[in-house]
Ligand binder design. Structure first.
Ligand SMILES: [Zn+2]
Length: 351
């Protein structure tokens, strides 16, 4: 998988005419880590297919998503070298371990901010998890089957890696506790509920909770002067990172959130005045591209609702609901049926 990501990065670099020599030099060819200028004092940094974003001000740096400790350690070295100010704020896009890890590297200078539900997802109980990863036997522990049943159901789409469980069962006792899964995540210092404005060094960043979608503790980070939006996993889905004109991976019934809330989450982003969506995965996207992904969800929702109203079974819908306007989108053949199934399960669950 890592090899695939490296290849992807190499391909993106090769194809991108906008990349300056300086930016190419920023690619760490050993680790696959990179820093890319977006606009003004705003930068995207990343490792493999995961991205964070940071804004440099005279009074310090505002960073969203430290990802994990090895990457954050590398990033801190880079920031220290390039900019003579410390990281003052860290924002979590959501509480999932692969985006919120690593903030401890900046603990001596940074205040961590997140949506208030991050506190609930980190209080020791079974946290909200993506896909169809749920506490199947309701024992509060992340058992192998909680991860591997949804993963094995469709390893190409929902795969967490064969050794995901063993890697995270740190004491090897056969169960993964929420604390083991979140061992690399530092509890935030500040929580907000709906919206928060952060100012530092004369610059402003807006934190917006768009509602539930991929997670229940999501934050959209808006840079109004730069006209850029950052969010992770809710737009540019986990599988199809490189192209927003792809069908979503639809692993599980849409992460346990009603499809109507997914749509309103997209609309909350579309209400912002921006030019570039630079998210936690994928390339940079325009507002129109974000809107086209929201339109797909609306078309999926109405097609499956209509099928259910007509009394069609799931199998009949998979045969008959063609979503033909999306035939040119990537993964159409592979994921059309899975999207219909996800919407069907979602609309049945949240009827
Ligand atoms: Zn996530």
């Amino acid at each position: 998988m890592i090899q695939v990501f490296r290849l992807l990065i190499a391909t993106l670099l090769f194809l991108s005419p906008m990349l300056s020599a300086q930016e190419e030099a920023a690619l760490d060819t050993v680790s696959g880590n990179q820093i890319r200028h977006i606009t003004g004092d705003l930068y995207r940094a990343g490792t493999g297919a995961w991205h964070s974003i940071f804004l440099v001000t005279d009074a310090g740096i505002i960073l969203a998503d430290p990802l994990n400790t090895p990457y954050a350690t590398w990033l801190k070295e880079q920031l220290d070298e390039r900019f003579d100010v410390p990281v003052r704020y860290i924002i979590y896009s959501h509480s999932h371990f692969d985006h919120a890890g690593g903030a401890g590297v900046f603990a001596d200078t940074a205040t961590i901010i997140a949506h208030e539900r991050v506190a609930i997802n980190m209080d020791g109980r079974y946290p909200q998890m993506p896909g169809d990863m749920i506490d199947r036997n309701n024992n509060g522990l992340i058992d192998r089957e909680d991860i591997m049943i949804p993963t094995n159901a469709d390893p190409g789409i929902c795969g967490m890696g064969n050794n995901f469980f063993d890697r995270n069962d740190l004491n090897g006792d056969g169960v993964m506790t929420p604390a083991e899964l979140q061992v690399d995540i530092v509890l935030p210092d500040i929580f907000y509920s709906e919206r928060m404005t952060l100012t530092l060094g004369g610059k402003t960043v807006e934190l917006i909770h768009p509602g539930k979608n991929h997670g229940d503790d999501m934050t959209v980070v808006y840079f109004p002067q730069e006209r850029v939006v950052f969010a992770a996993d809710m737009i540019a889905d986990a599988l199809v990172r490189d192209n927003i004109h792809s069908l979503p991976s639809a692993c599980g019934p849409l992460d346990g959130t009603p499809i109507a809330e997914w749509i309103s989450s997209y609309q909350a982003v579309e209400e912002l005045d921006f030019d570039i969506f630079a998210g936690g995965h994928g390339d940079f996207f325009t507002k129109d591209e974000v809107a086209s992904s929201r339109q797909f969800l609306q078309d999926l929702q109405s097609a499956v609702s209509d099928g259910m109203a007509q009394g069609l079974s799931l199998d009949e819908m998979k045969q008959q609901v063609m979503l033909e306007q999306y035939v040119d989108w990537e993964y159409y053949e592979r994921l059309r049926g899975k999207n219909i199934e996800a919407a069907y399960l979602n609309l049945t669950q949240f009827r």
